[in-house]
Design a binder for this molecule. Structure first.
Ligand code: NAG
Ligand code: NAG
Ligand code: NAG
Ligand code: NAG
Length: 244
């Protein structure tokens, strides 16, 4: 009884201590197995702000939230508030046996007509390690669980009706800077309770899109790209693991 009470008290202290907000353009903070970042890379195209809050971590899982409000340039992404797994990276695609992930989230508030995606952003490269969106990047793999307001990924739609990991996707492809982008866009509606093996996407790309199995997984990020509107996105739980 007493022991249990101690455990409960300790757990709530941990939660309180770890609840922190970041507001600056490139602010990041360590968050358990992850790094939470604001990444307001496109803010100069708009007027607005964004704040991201780490609520708690529990082993490999994280709970966080971001608030954003943006106006101007409807077709420009303003930011990518995201969490990056600190250690689920550095393995060759051909050596991955599974990459289980679970992500549930909701819009607590959402203005009318928001334009935003909720997405994975996964990076492959020739070298074992490399920062996302740099000269080290060969491929950017996006998985859009939501894309509201008629927004479109980089490039052109090259396929549709792909059944991968229990859902149906449209596939987009095109170049960005020095890397190729493949975006799997949920074919209809949104998936707010996603549970899948990311290796099914990786295997599809190797078997069907010419991605070399010698490429290294350099980063797995998940978050949201707002274009315009305002919203409060709550990630109740996110986790990913990569097994070799
Ligand atoms: C975001 O907005 C919600 C209300 O929708 C509020 O409870 C929360 O404190 C806000 N968080 C930040 C970081 O502004
Ligand atoms: C973010 O935080 C700043 C400073 O506290 C505040 O002025 C701004 O309104 C917040 N933005 C959102 C979208 O909550
Ligand atoms: C979310 O998905 C998990 C795993 O598939 C499932 O166990 C759970 O019941 C789902 N939750 C809701 C609210 O549908
Ligand atoms: C979200 O996922 C977490 C972790 O799997 C689970 O405990 C929680 O019940 C889920 N919430 C909903 C609404 O499905």
């Amino acid at each position: 009884m007493f022991k249990n009470l101690l455990v409960v008290v300790f757990a709530s202290v941990l939660t309180l201590v770890s609840a922190q907000t970041i507001s600056g353009q490139y602010d990041c903070m360590l968050a358990g197995a992850y790094t939470l970042c604001q990444n307001l890379w496109g803010e100069s195209a708009g007027v607005g702000s964004q704040n991201s809050t780490l609520m708690s971590t529990d082993g490999n899982a994280i709970t966080w939230q971001t608030n954003w409000t943006w106006a101007n340039n409807n077709n420009n992404v303003k930011s990518y508030a995201n969490v990056l797994h600190n250690t689920a990276k550095g393995m060759q695609l051909g050596s991955i046996t599974s990459a289980p992930t679970a992500w549930n989230w909701t819009y607590v508030t959402e203005s009318e007509g928001i334009r935003a995606d909720v997405s994975y952003d996964i990076w492959f490269g020739v070298a074992q390690s490399g920062t996302a969106a740099t000269s080290a990047s060969s491929y950017e793999i996006m998985i859009w669980l939501s894309g509201l307001g008629g927004i479109q990924p980089v490039g052109h739609q090259i396929d549709s009706g792909l059944n991968i990991a229990g859902h149906t996707w449209n596939l987009w492809n095109g170049p960005n800077a020095n890397w190729q982008v493949f975006s799997f866009v949920i074919s209809s509606g949104e998936v707010r309770n996603f549970s899948a093996d990311l290796n099914e996407f990786f295997q599809y790309l190797i078997e069907n899109q010419g991605v070399a199995s010698t490429q290294y997984l350099q980063a797995i990020q998940t978050g949201t790209e707002p274009f315009v509107g305002s919203a409060d996105l709550f990630v109740e739980s996110f986790a990913v693991t990569v097994n070799v």
